[in-house]
Design a binder for this molecule. Structure first.
Ligand code: FO1
Length: 313
């Protein structure tokens, strides 16, 4: 398979651009490297939230209000669970449950997370390779004023309320990068690498923390293009703006450019943030100004085409 585009993606924002890229690229040309730092075991089930958000986004099954889970979901399982006094802080919809049960079943049979994800790609007719960043466990941990919390405890149980001080990626150093990602990053047909507009701290950095990934990005002369997840000083979804404030950073595209540093060749920023272009270019990154808010599938396709048209100057 001659991959020409590798996209790094977390949940909501990333899933939208991954979906846009999959709709404008020929089958097999795209590989999406998915964050698994959000993964956790819940009541014996292996949950992979960002992989599932991408699956649901590219198959139009996603719940667009919440950004996770499936549209038209029912909650009989949760009602019965609550009736038994079971843990109800993490909601598992009736149809969503099938994904978690089957993933856990296949993993228990000895399949890797990549193999399991490929099974779902086939079952859902996903026209690209959705590759978990690693088959080994990596857990995003957040040091907060309420102690160090694993991702889902911070994000769901505590509703992102604790003050974030530091991010780490537990066991990343022991994890092996997905070989499909590494071979795509060193492939002869590679033309573009995209850091999708996901939360850098919670969704992109965990992928970059896996040994070999940053080295592979630096080894290629293919442009590394990020789409800023901040528009007009605000994150489009989730706790990014709050987190940046708590880290003492201005929630801005300039801060995003500084965060990615010399890994970044081009930052795509929204037209409303054009005034930041000069300061970003002063850091050494090119800037591309385009509409980055993706409300519709056409918006997703349009932004994907903008990204694919960028070449390194
Ligand atoms: N997020 C919530 O805020 N509340 C939930 O109850 C919840 C359940 C859930 C179930 C499956 C799944 O794949 C994701 C779920 N999420 C829920 C979202 C998830 O915690 C976050 O989307 C990611 O981890 C952050 O990108």
């Amino acid at each position: 398979m001659s991959v020409s585009v590798v996209a790094f993606s977390g949940g909501v924002g990333g899933a939208k651009l991954a979906s846009g890229l999959s709709r404008v690229l020929e089958p097999g040309k795209l590989l999406v490297a998915a964050n698994t730092g959000d993964d956790f075991s819940h009541m014996g089930l292996h949950i992979s939230p960002d992989i599932d958000s991408i699956f649901y986004a590219v198959t139009d099954l996603n719940n667009t209000e919440t950004g996770w889970g499936r549209t038209g979901e029912t909650w009989n399982f949760m009602a019965a669970l609550k009736g038994f006094g079971g843990e109800d802080w993490f909601n598992l919809g009736d149809s969503d449950l099938a994904m978690h049960v089957l993933r856990t079943h296949w993993l228990q049979q000895g399949q890797s997370l990549s193999e399991v994800t490929q099974n779902f790609c086939q079952a859902l007719n996903v026209p690209f390779n959705l590759a978990p960043m690693s088959n080994d466990p990596v857990t995003t941990m957040i040091d907060t004023d309420k102690g160090t919390l694993p991702m889902q405890d911070y994000f769901v149980r505590e509703h992102c309320e604790p003050v974030a001080k530091k991010f780490s990626y537990k066991d990343a150093n022991e994890a092996s990068a997905n070989s499909d990602i590494l071979s795509a990053l060193s492939g002869d047909d590679l033309q573009t690498i995209v850091l999708c507009p996901s939360n850098p701290y919670l969704s992109i950095d965990p992928i970059l923390a896996v040994p070999g990934i940053v080295e592979a990005l630096k080894a290629t002369d293919v442009p590394v293009i990020a789409v800023s997840p901040i528009v007009g000083g605000l994150a489009l979804k989730g706790p990014l703006g709050k987190i940046m404030g708590e880290l003492g950073l201005e929630p801005s595209s300039l801060s995003i450019a500084k965060h990615y540093g010399d890994l970044l060749d081009v930052l795509v920023i929204d037209e409303g943030d054009a005034h930041e272009a000069e300061a970003i270019e002063a850091l050494g990154s090119q800037v591309c100004i385009a509409p980055t808010i993706m409300k519709t599938i056409d918006d997703q396709r349009a932004l994907a085409n903008v990204v694919l048209a960028i070449t390194k100057k």
